[in-house]
Ligand binder design. Structure first.
Ligand code: AMP
Ligand code: MG
Length: 379
């Protein structure tokens, strides 16, 4: 984790120093090569700065905030929180993120994921958090009809998405690698996990969402009643704004820098997957992005160019944002119709925006995006 400094409200002080293990901690998380600096943008009308106390005026309890920005999980993480024990909450959250990165980094020697990938065929004892993540991922793989599949790691590597030494693999090579991507063949035995021979896993498509869940839980336990935790674009919202309004979160535009619109939401996770996050242009002039279709081993070509999932469980939103990108509009909408508790904003390559009905009235297009058709999908 790299410590990028902090801003605190008057009277607050964080004493956390950069850790000794900075260099070690800058290991890549799977699939998280470059920081996503600008997405989604938080907008808090009238609440940009802590409220200053006026002489003789009692300061509202929620007006002071704690903010923190640092680099971990190969991305920029920022927090803005309100409530009791803010300093303690930030400290605990940062330590928790450090620990989860140490478990789930695909490149850090000794992480649970690294050990599993280097001991296929034998039982590897892993932490409870990793067992939970793996069982959750098994469930999501099944539920999404295989669109979400954490055992594509060898395929992700062969395209060069982990090293940025990009190449278009040969069809035979993809077919050979796809033979070892039946994620359901992974076994959980007591405290151990056994990967089948030649399977390698990475949780780049779900780890940050899961981390968001655990961090929010920790913060709420500490006494945080309101806040935003932004894990490189995966946004977790705690409660409402301190003045009791929904948070306004900018949804990243798939067409370039900046946002396409603003979503009003509270106490939930907002997670987007987009082809623009990491891609290369091949010698054939085609764009190849990092979200792969597990059926072909090639970049998903479903017609969706951005999938945002909104819900109360970050792990689910994260897995589904990746899966929806693979499933395409029809598949994502059927999933939504069959499951409760999530809403979606899907943008298609023919420049249409599809909102599921739970978000109707809560999403507003930016001025620049006026004119893009928005369709509301009913159950
Ligand atoms: P996300 O940004 O959450 O959509 O996650 C994308 C990352 O997950 C990629 O960089 C890959 O490391 C990995 N990945 C790519 N395709 C898939 C897939 N179909 N299922 C699960 N993980 C994937
Ligand atoms: Mg995801």
């Amino acid at each position: 984790m790299i410590w990028l400094g902090h801003i605190t409200a008057p009277g607050m002080q964080i004493s956390r120093e950069p850790r000794d293990s900075v260099r070690e901690a800058v290991q890549e998380m799977p699939g998280q090569e470059k920081p996503v600096q600008e997405m989604p943008v938080q907008e808090m009308p009238g609440k940009e700065k802590p409220v200053q106390e006026m002489p003789g005026q009692k300061m509202p309890a929620l007006a002071s905030r704690e903010t923190q920005t640092f680099f971990a999980m190969d991305t920029i993480i920022s927090m803005e929180i309100y409530g009791d024990h803010k300093e303690e909450a930030v400290k605990r959250a940062m330590n928790q993120i450090d620990s989860l990165e140490a478990l789930w980094s695909v490149t850090r020697e000794g992480s649970d994921v690294y050990e599993l990938n280097h001991h296929q065929g034998s039982p590897v004892k892993v932490s409870e958090e990793t067992r939970e993540l793996v069982s959750f991922a098994l469930g999501m793989e099944q539920e999404t009809g295989g669109a979400f599949n954490p055992s594509l790691y060898p395929v992700v590597k062969t395209w060069g998405f982990t090293t940025r030494e990009y190449q278009i693999p040969k069809e035979e090579e993809l077919q050979r690698l796809l033979e070892h991507t039946d994620f359901q063949k992974l076994q959980i035995e007591g405290e151990a996990i056994i990967l089948p021979e030649r399977m390698e896993i990475d949780f780049g498509a779900v780890a940050k969402g899961y981390t968001g869940d655990l961090v929010v839980e920790t913060m709420k336990k500490c006494g945080i009643t309101s806040g935003i935790v932004n894990l490189g674009g995966n946004v977790a919202l705690i409660g409402q704004t301190p003045d009791g309004r929904p948070w306004r979160t900018g949804i990243r535009s798939p067409y370039g820098e900046g946002t396409i619109g603003v979503l009003e939401a509270e106490d939930c996770h907002i997670i987007t997957s987009g082809g623009y996050e990491r891609y290369f242009t091949g010698e054939d002039g085609k764009v190849y992005w990092h979200i792969l279709d597990p059926k072909t081993g090639c970049p998903a070509d479903s017609g969706i160019i951005s999938a945002t999932i909104v819900g109360t469980e970050g792990n689910r939103c994260d897995a589904l944002s990746t899966a929806a990108f693979v499933m395409g509009l029809e598949g994502a909408v059927s999933y939504w119709r069959a499951h409760e508790g999530i809403e979606m904003i899907l943008i298609t390559e023919d420049n249409q925006i599809y909102l599921t009905e739970g978000l109707d009235g809560r999403f507003t297009l930016n001025e620049m995006s006026q004119g893009i058709p928005v369709h509301v999908i009913k159950k």
